[in-house]
Design a binder for this molecule. Structure first.
Ligand SMILES: [Zn+2]
Length: 539
């Protein structure tokens, strides 16, 4: 009897030790469109308590990549938080052609939901298209749904997807009025603290003085001049130069101008502080998740490009916001009581016109002209018919009903598309359905295309563009390829259970979730990768 008591007692102590060893809060930070080289390019201008603190005390993976194509925000976030590739979690892009409805759909749109905190349709969203649970779900399952999982971002998809199917609340921006709103998937009404936050009109307050650079402009030696042809002005008549009159721009464009300025990161950090305090995140024995996706760097990158002073300024000020967030977490949750990771959902290409002017091959790919030419080619080769339903996300969706009615083999149509595409300027390769299902192990694009391709949802053929080519004109930039400029992102683990150091070997973004799960002693979400970043874990 005594022996039984002792062994039960020891087992109980072991359980308590594990519970005490768990972080109280997991913080997942995604910096939308952050390239890994920004860490080093802006290093000398960063303060000690933001990115530098994360790296100096945490674990930096210098060679972390997304390994799928196309590289966008929806599938990027779903991959970070499910630990699985798009072929399995089913979020294949931001928007894609849906065969059943014949329409382009948004990855989180959900007509069954309604907006909470807004009169418009922006809140009609939910995670139902994601075919896998996320880290948020794994945390909630681990403590019988007593912990909380909260997601915040400017973008709906970036707030909704990380927290998974059992998330407590996703908040994202209504650009009409600068308020944060939600979906009926989570709640019937915004909580009181969120209403109070909106009432304070932070977007107007932070816009009030306009956007001037943080440092004197001659100090931005890591970037090009302020006024270059490689940036898109925020208004048709304006120039892409400081200072930006944000109140006037907000009036003209809705709060997109504010969202593109560094103060977009400020408001999100303020919201994170409020969520931590009012939702009591990290305050009890039941682990919580706070997912923060900073959208502003993506907006600024699309408009100004990675070489611009504007983008540099966004990162210098984001560094300050990260320092403030860490201070809040230290004070509220406790130093070494939380585990944080920081990464991106994709990186970004250099502006192609800037590359070209500096003799590096890069160019605009006119997808509309490509599609029109493809249709003309098929009509000439096979007879007039609607052979193709959609060309989107570099994928061709064939009209299989039509092909069957014509008693044609899909293979024949694919061969014609391949013949056409391979002679088209800017195309690097074509993968048919069969090749997508059987990737070549040593071919990076073939592997990335396979990982990004979902059998139920993706197109029949994937087109790869040459390096540097993109469907974005020569002002500002975009992303979407599997090339290093789009795949290589920062990855830092920090806090409870994390060993200080650097990992140089390649890390797949799907390794974040299993690493966090091992560090916090919970079960993996059901589709997650199993390989951890072992150097990042304390033994
Ligand atoms: Zn983007």
């Amino acid at each position: 009897m005594k022996k039984l008591f002792v062994s039960s007692f020891l087992a109980l102590m072991a359980c308590l030790a594990i519970a005490q060893d768990q972080p109280k809060l997991i913080v997942g930070i995604v910096v939308d469109q952050m390239r890994q080289d920004y860490l080093y390019r802006y290093w000398d201008k960063f303060g000690d308590d933001g990115f530098k603190r994360l790296i100096n005390e945490g674990h930096l993976c210098k060679n972390a990549h997304f390994n799928f194509v196309p590289t966008h925000t929806g599938n990027g976030h779903a991959t970070v938080f499910t630990g699985a590739q798009p072929k399995n979690h089913g979020i294949i892009a931001n928007n894609w052609y849906e065969r059943a409805s014949g329409e382009m759909i948004n990855c989180v749109s959900d007509p069954d939901q309604s907006s909470i905190g807004s009169e418009g349709d922006l809140g009609k969203v939910g995670p139902h298209r994601m075919l896998a649970p996320t880290l948020g779900d794994a945390i909630r399952i681990s403590n019988q749904f007593k912990g909380k999982s909260i997601g915040i971002s400017f973008k709906d998809r970036s707030a909704v997807l990380p927290i998974g199917h059992s998330g407590n609340a996703a908040y994202f921006m209504d650009y009409e009025n600068g308020n944060f709103i939600s979906s009926s998937y989570y709640m019937d009404e915004l909580p009181q603290w969120m209403k109070a936050f909106n009432k304070q009109k932070h977007a107007d307050r932070l816009s009030k003085d306009g956007w001037d650079p943080l440092l004197a402009i001659e100090h931005y030696t890591e970037s090009t001049a302020d006024d270059t042809p490689y940036e898109r002005p925020l208004t048709a008549e304006g120039r892409p130069v400081f200072p930006y009159d944000l109140p006037a721009l907000n009036k003209e464009k809705g709060y997109y101008a504010f969202a593109t300025s560094p103060f977009g990161n400020t408001i999100l950090r303020l919201l994170a502080d409020q969520a931590i305090t009012n939702e009591d995140l990290g305050q009890d024995a039941f682990m919580d998740l706070l997912s923060i996706s900073f959208s502003t760097p993506d907006f600024a990158g699309h408009v100004f490009g990675p070489q611009s002073i504007e983008v540099e300024d966004v990162y210098l000020r984001l560094d300050i916001e990260i320092a403030r967030l860490l201070t809040s977490l230290d004070e509220r949750v406790g130093k070494d009581e939380y585990l944080l990771f920081l990464t991106a959902d994709h990186a970004a290409a250099p502006v192609h016109s800037y590359m070209k002017d500096n003799k590096i091959p890069a160019e605009y790919f006119d997808a509309k002209a490509f599609q029109e030419g493809m249709i003309a080619h098929l009509n000439a080769a096979l007879g007039e018919a609607e052979w193709v339903l959609s060309y989107s996300n570099q994928q061709v969706f064939l009209n299989h009903d039509h092909i069957r009615t014509r008693k044609m083999e899909a293979k024949k149509v694919m061969e014609e598309i391949e013949r056409y595409a391979l002679s088209y300027r800017g195309v690097a390769g074509v993968l048919s359905t069969k090749q997508l299902q059987h990737p070549l192990p040593d071919d990076q694009f073939s592997t990335a295309a396979n990982n990004g391709w979902n059998q139920l949802r993706s197109g029949d053929i994937v087109i790869q563009y040459l390096p540097g080519w993109m469907q974005h004109d020569g002002q500002g930039t975009s992303h979407g390829s599997s090339y290093n400029y789009d795949s290589h992102v920062p990855l830092i683990f920090f806090g409870k259970g994390i060993a200080h150091g650097v990992t140089l070997d390649p890390v797949d973004i799907t390794q974040i979730v299993p690493t966090v799960c091992i560090a916090s002693s919970i079960a993996f979400p059901m589709l997650s990768d199993r390989e951890v970043v072992s150097g990042a874990l304390k033994p």
